[in-house]
Design a protein around this ligand. Structure first.
Ligand code: FE
Ligand code: FE
Length: 194
């Protein structure tokens, strides 16, 4: 099995992303690594998933759509109207094909980093959360509290982030991926059952 060289991936991201996005990428990678220490998952996997999670973010909408078309990735109507939503799906595809990631857990962490999904693995949760709380983020409400909470309990942090995300998207009035609400409802229900 070919092993992925983290340094090479980091260099590739530096080249491919604009400066602001690359800063964010590094922020997610080291936040994810710190969370991996706390929750006992592979530090290397967390770093790799963090580095690659936005690997398709700097591609044009046209490019993202053409990759989907060329490789038979399904595009929903919501995504067709809002191609920026596609960066996670295209990112997961590129992670596999271009950056030779074989671990499904890492691929899933990239695929679901914007919406989450019901029943996520620890690494999926870590990337979703790290994307939201990395030190470069400044605008979201409750960041101080969520950053602390992330190192205490992943599921309640997820619920907090999803709740704020839904409120933000509703206020903005744009279209959203229905998966965000599904994930929120799943984890709310789950937390009541414990
Ligand atoms: Fe993203
Ligand atoms: Fe991101």
């Amino acid at each position: 099995m070919k092993t992925v060289d983290l340094k090479k991936i980091r260099k590739a991201m530096e080249k491919q992303q604009d400066a602001k996005r690359y800063e964010h990428t590094l922020g997610v990678a080291y936040t994810a690594t710190a969370l991996a220490m706390k929750y006992g998952v592979s530090l290397k996997d967390a770093q790799l998933a963090g580095l690659l999670h936005d690997c398709a973010k700097c591609l044009s909408d046209k490019k993202k759509l053409s990759i989907c078309e060329k490789h038979g990735l399904p595009v929903s109507e919501v995504e067709m109207r809002n191609p920026f939503l596609l960066h996670a799906k295209v990112g997961g595809f590129l992670a596999r094909k271009e950056y030779l990631v074989q671990d499904e857990d890492i691929i899933n962490a990239i695929l679901y980093h914007t919406t989450g999904r019901p029943d996520m693995s620890t690494i999926e949760k870590i990337i979703f959360i790290a994307d939201y709380i990395e030190p470069g983020r400044k605008e979201a409400p409750n960041l101080t509290q969520l950053r602390q909470m992330a190192f205490e309990d992943l599921d309640s942090t997820l619920i907090g982030i999803l709740k704020d995300t839904l409120a933000y998207l509703e206020k903005k009035g744009g279209e959203m991926d229905p998966m965000t609400r599904n994930t929120y409802e799943y984890y709310c229900k789950e937390s009541k059952e414990v």
